[in-house]
Design a protein around this ligand. Structure first.
Ligand code: SAM
Ligand code: DTB
Ligand code: SF4
Length: 333
């Protein structure tokens, strides 16, 4: 058997460095707009410079997703195939049992992921859901993986229970800037998103919060989303930037596709304004060329969702990602 070359095999780094506490960026909206409107090369150069001050530019962190409770969600998020308001063909299921989750986490670990993120299609978990998820978090932690959950809105008490179970990160996206929010979701308000993030932060769990682009918004709205995230105090340790995955049956199906270079600009501005965060090139990679993904890494993305499925939609399979990272000489952690 031949030894794989760097081109074929990314190197695993598995060093769990604790995230550094972030401080508020103090970015004004005009300043963020100025950044996003820079000539492309100037923007990427700036982002790459800042990236190199804080991270190894050739290292990307791998998170694997698992939908532990799929579909039937009472919320009406217009991008989401799991909302019960839309006919998308996604069937509602009960929460997965512990052994199924363990199997998926073992597989993720074997394939090189360092973080395992469990998603549930809930508006908010109930007390008994929290007890079950706490059990799942313990299983994930016993495999020496970082544990992340995304379960909808979270009370202060529930955040503390998850922290006690060992939760490392909680994902709850702002999704849009405050102004555009009610065009996308009507069943809850922006302030409820901010309250959840505060409960997570107060419980001592790391915050993972980002948004979705490609929903028909303009460049100013993308700048406003990043401005909102960068001015959380402290800003999130982890910032997923999702490109809308268009699913038939959702109201956003058929939206004009975002120019990929606009996606890269959004990543670059996130990197510059949140220099110590993991910026994750998240949903939408399946339809993205290798060249655009490489530009995203150049712009400062240093995390991806890794594994052949996101929650209900597809993601590049392990082999394809290993090949891409290998070609770029990127190390993984
Ligand atoms: N129900 C929980 C919630 O909304 O907070 C957790 C799961 S929800 C699916 C997590 C995130 O996935 C959403 O906030 C949104 O940013 C992202 N998402 C959902 N559907 C998407 C799509 N079609 N394309 C891109 N991102 C999507
Ligand atoms: C995030 O920001 N993106 C992930 C994760 N956090 C939970 C979810 C993407 C979902 C894409 C649509 C789907 O697969 O259902
Ligand atoms: Fe429900 Fe979350 Fe989908 Fe919104 S994004 S419909 S809350 S699963």
């Amino acid at each position: 058997m031949q030894t794989p070359t760097l081109q074929e095999q990314p190197i695993q780094l598995h060093t769990f460095k604790p995230p550094v506490a972030q401080t508020k960026g103090g970015w004004s909206l005009p300043k963020v707009l100025e950044l996003i409107n820079l000539p492309f090369n100037d923007l990427l150069f700036k982002a790459q410079q800042i990236h190199r001050e804080h991270f190894n530019p050739n290292e990307v962190q791998l998170s694997t997703l698992l939908s532990i409770k799929t579909g039937g969600c009472p919320e009406d998020c217009s991008y989401c195939p799991q909302s019960s308001h839309y006919e998308t063909g996604v069937e509602a299921s009960k929460i997965m049992d512990v052994e199924e989750v363990r199997k998926a986490a073992v597989e993720a670990k074997k394939n090189g992921a360092s973080r395992f993120c469990m998603g549930a299609a809930w508006r908010e978990p109930k007390d008994r859901d929290i007890e079950k998820v706490a059990e799942l978090i313990k299983v994930v932690k016993s495999l020496d993986l970082e544990a992340c959950c995304t379960l909808g809105m979270l009370s202060a008490q529930h955040a503390e229970s998850l922290k006690e179970a060992g939760l490392d990160y909680y994902n709850h996206n702002l999704d849009t800037a405050a102004e555009g929010y009610s065009d996308i979701i009507t069943t809850r308000v922006y302030q409820e998103r901010l309250d959840t993030l505060e409960n997570v932060r107060n419980a001592g769990v790391n915050v993972c919060s980002g948004g979705i682009v490609g929903m028909g918004e303009d460049r100013e709205s993308r700048a406003a989303l990043i401005h909102q995230l960068a001015n959380l105090d402290p800003y999130p340790e982890s910032v997923p930037i999702n490109n809308l995955v268009q699913v038939e049956g959702t109201p956003l199906f058929g939206t004009k596709e975002l120019d990929p270079l606009e996606f890269v600009r959004t990543i670059a501005v996130a990197r510059i304004t949140m220099p110590k965060s993991r910026v994750r090139l998240s949903a939408g990679r399946q339809n993205m060329s290798e060249a655009v993904q490489a530009l995203c890494f150049m712009a400062g993305a240093n995390s991806i969702f890794y594994g052949d499925k996101l929650l209900t939609t597809g993601n590049p399979d392990w082999e394809r990602d290993q090949a891409l990272l290998g070609k770029l000489g990127i190390l993984t952690s």
